[in-house]
Structure formats: C-alpha cells, structure tokens
Design a protein around this ligand. Structure first.
Ligand code: GDP
Length: 444
C-alpha cells in the first residue's frame, strides 16, 4: 500500500531535508507537490484541502521558521498531520461489556465481510485469547453461510448454523442466546451485503443492530475502490451507528486513498487492515505506524510484533546461535528461514515495513517475489537430510534428481547452491564484529 504516494512524497520532501531555510516560496512549492501526491493516491478532495491547510498554517507559523532544521521540521509536521488525519490513536476493539460482546459486520457484497469475520475470529482467539462464536445472517446466499462455516472451523471458532428460510433478526437472536449459554466472550455476526447501497439492506442491518445490540459495528470496505470506499462508508455511517472500519484488500491497493480518507469522511476510525486472502492476513490499524510507512520510514514495530507472534522463537534462537558462531548453518536452517519469512506474510509484506525499502529502484523490488522463495523451498525439500547438511556433495546426478523432484531445472538448483554459498561467506564476515564492516560496505 501507498507505494506511489511514498515515492512522490519522498521525492518532494528529500529536497527539503537538507535545506537550512524555508521560505514561503519553497513551502508553497512543496505543499503543491504534496497536494498532487495525495490527489494521485485517490484521497478525497475535501480531505486533501483540509490536510494541506493544517500543514500550511503550522509550517508558516513559528514552529518551522525558528527550527534549526526547517526541512526536518516540515517533514515532522506532515507526519503528525497524517496521523491526525487517520485518527490519533489506534483505537482497537472495545469489548468491555458483559459477554458475549457482539460485533456486527456490515458492508457491500464482495467487500470481504465473510473473510474478515473469519480473520477477526482467529485474531481474537489467538491473540486476545477470547472464545468466539460466528453466525451468518446472509439468507440470500446459502453459499455464504457455508463459506463462513469453513472459515470458522479453520479459525477454531464456534459456528452457529442458520438457513435461508429464517429471518435474519431471528437468526441473530438465536445466536446471541447460544453464545450466552455457551459462555462465549464474543459473537461476530456476518450480514448480507448488496452490490450497491440500498434501502432494503440498510433496513435489514438496522433491524439486526436493534436485536443484537453490538458493542462494535464494523463497516467492511474494499480499499481498492479508493474514494468510493469513503463515500460508501459515509452512507453506512449515516444509517448505522458505526464504531469502526475494516479496510480490506490493502495488499492490492498501491494508492492508499481510502486509508487516508475514511476517518475524515465518516468520523469513524479504521480498526483493522485486511492484507491478503489468507485467514491470518489481518493487521490492527495504527495511524502513527502507517504514517511512518507512508513517509518511507518503515514500520519496525509491526514487524517486530509479527515476528514475536508468528516466528517460532526456539528455532529462531537456534539459527541465531549458529549465525554467531559463523558455522553450522546448513540448508535445513536456510529452509526454516524461508518458511518463517512466508509465515510473516511473505517478502512483499516485509518490504512494506522496512525503512527505506520503498525507495529501492523498481528493478530491485521486482526481483524479489514469493514464488522464488517457494521454489527455493521446494528444491531444499527434494534433498536428503545429508545433502542439506553438506551441500558440497551435491554434484551432477544428485542435482538432476533434486531438480526433477522439485519440478525445477538444474540451473535453479545451481543458483540456490550459489546463493547459499554467498550467504555462508557473508556470515563468516559478520562473525567477530564484521557486521559493522558489512554495513559500511553496503552504504559506501
Ligand atoms: P463478502 O461478500 O463481503 O462476504 O466478501 P468475501 O469475504 O466473500 O470476499 C470477497 C473476495 O475478496 C474473496 O475472494 C476474498 O478472498 C477476497 N478478500 C477479502 N479480503 C481480502 C484481502 O484483505 N486481500 C485480498 N487480496 N483479498 C481479500
């Protein structure tokens, strides 16, 4: 997300970083560029205007002119205003109520409601240690009910059955009762969506709201619809007391306009981002971290949290010890690294959060994609344990066998072995304080 915005803002702000003095002229030019960048990212016009106004008045005020490094000061203002735009604090879910805390999911068809219901169920169960029940009130699409059942099963959540001959409000009341008797902490209600905002849908979801009395009413919206996302959100916010927004499909959205417009347009905070099709591709929304990401400063905090939650600590420590010693790191360890990277959402999701990665030239970014890593993993899978431990024994006939077994070519096996050798060499260098030397080399 935000690739092009990050790129443009960086270009614009880079020139300012080193400047000793800001004048009304160069502030004006910079702000014009920032404005263009935001509009190109599909941020809604009133939002852009408001944003630029805030930045301008602060920039022209004493804050910047008296600062020692005005360029940095302006960047700081842009960063703070981005945070303000998205809603100062990450608000999280408010589940402080007598259980079951009800979460109502509303939104258009195809926005990702059912998927997000499953993701949220899993997140609440795994991260927040809540017991969760889910129910679908989408009586128009029996397939949606089945879909939710599958999703719930995978998430380890309880599923309350429903069928197309029932009334949505009755289903909700029944589920509430079942969640109470089953001592569930949370009940998530998935609702029917339509292709467009229409009265029938709004009436129905309002009725559900009355019956279920949710503590959280989340509007699920597809970020790829850009500014439209913010407008649909407003229509729902007018009809329903929304408490927050789940912005989905941010993995496919290079512009990020919706993320920047929703709060301003609806007055409601984004609470979660959907970042992929898999059922763990959900991230709590933290405006401060997102602002850092937009400005190419990375998001190390989210990266560290993900590492803590998704990486097997014991395995990681084992590898770290080997790395320190500079020996013993074999292809089995290498494979583990590849797998852990994938469990953290793959290389693109990592790149999103690494400081400065956004500024890498496109041809470098284009070189890394997850399919390469999956291929490498397949190659290592086709080796015997002995080969993984001592890759130097892999010669002609073994290479052909490994290539055939992994559905790759001998060149691919060669490439992997070479990469592994390079890695080993690098590790030897890092041993004994070589890390700093290496960093210097990379910067130099
Ligand atoms: P619903 O009609 O609102 O319940 O939408 P679904 O949950 O069925 O989702 C519609 C489509 O969007 C499905 O193909 C999902 O896999 C996909 N989808 C949902 N959330 C995300 C996301 O965050 N990223 C991506 N890439 N796809 C998503």
């Amino acid at each position: 997300m935000f690739d092009s915005l990050t790129e443009r803002l960086n270009k614009t702000l880079k020139d300012l970083r080193g400047q000793g003095r800001l004048t009304e002229d160069n502030i004006r030019d910079t702000l014009r560029e920032v404005r263009m960048a935001l509009l190109e990212a599909d941020v809604a016009l009133p939002v852009v205007k408001d944003f630029i106004e805030h930045v301008r008045s602060r920039a022209l005020g004493e804050e910047v002119s008296t600062s020692l490094t005005p360029g940095q000061a302006l960047i700081k203002i842009v960063r703070e205003e981005l945070v303000r735009l998205m809603g100062d604090d990450g608000e999280g879910l408010n589940l402080n109520t007598r259980p079951p805390a009800v979460i109502l999911m509303a939104g258009l068809q195809g926005s990702g409601k059912t998927t997000s219901t499953g993701k949220l169920a899993r997140w609440l169960q795994e991260r927040e240690k809540k017991s969760v029940m889910v129910v679908s009130t989408d009586i128009y699409r029996p397939a949606a009910i089945d879909q939710l059942e599958t999703v719930a099963e995978k998430a380890g959540a309880a599923f309350h059955p429903s069928s197309s001959d029932q009334d949505p409000a009755d289903i909700a009341a029944g589920a509430l009762q079942a969640a109470r008797t089953g001592h569930k902490d949370v009940l998530i209600i998935d609702t029917a969506g339509r292709l467009h905002v229409d009265e029938g849908m709004m009436d129905e979801v309002r009725r559900l709201h009355e019956v279920a009395e949710p503590v959280e009413t989340l509007f699920v919206v597809d970020s790829m619809t850009g500014q439209d996302a913010a407008n649909t959100a407003r229509a729902f916010a007018d009809a329903l007391p929304l408490t927050g927004v789940v912005l989905t499909k941010t993995d496919g959205d290079a512009r990020g306009g919706a993320a920047l417009s929703v709060r301003h347009t609806t007055g409601r905070p984004i609470k979660f981002l959907g970042t992929g099709e898999k059922d763990d591709a959900l991230e709590p929304f933290h405006p401060d971290r997102i602002a850092q990401r937009i400005l190419g400063m990375g998001d190390m905090l989210s990266l560290i949290e993900e590492a803590e939650n998704k990486v097997d600590q014991q395995k990681a420590e084992k590898v770290a010890r080997k790395l320190k010693k500079g020996k013993g790191f074999d292809l089995a360890d290498f494979r583990e690294q590849l797998q852990q990277m994938q469990s953290m959402g793959g290389v693109n999701s990592l790149m999103d959060k690494l400081p400065g990665a956004g500024q890498l030239p496109d041809h470098v970014k284009g070189q890394v994609d997850d399919s390469q890593f999956r291929r490498m993993e397949a190659i290592i899978n086709s080796m015997t344990p002995g080969e993984r431990q001592r890759p130097d024994i892999i010669k002609g006939s073994r290479k052909r066998r490994i290539a055939a077994g992994s559905g790759t070519q001998v060149q691919d096996v060669n490439r992997l072995l070479k990469q592994f050798q390079q890695m080993q060499k690098m590790m030897k260098k890092m041993k004994g304080g070589g890390m700093q030397k290496l960093m210097k080399q990379m910067q130099g």
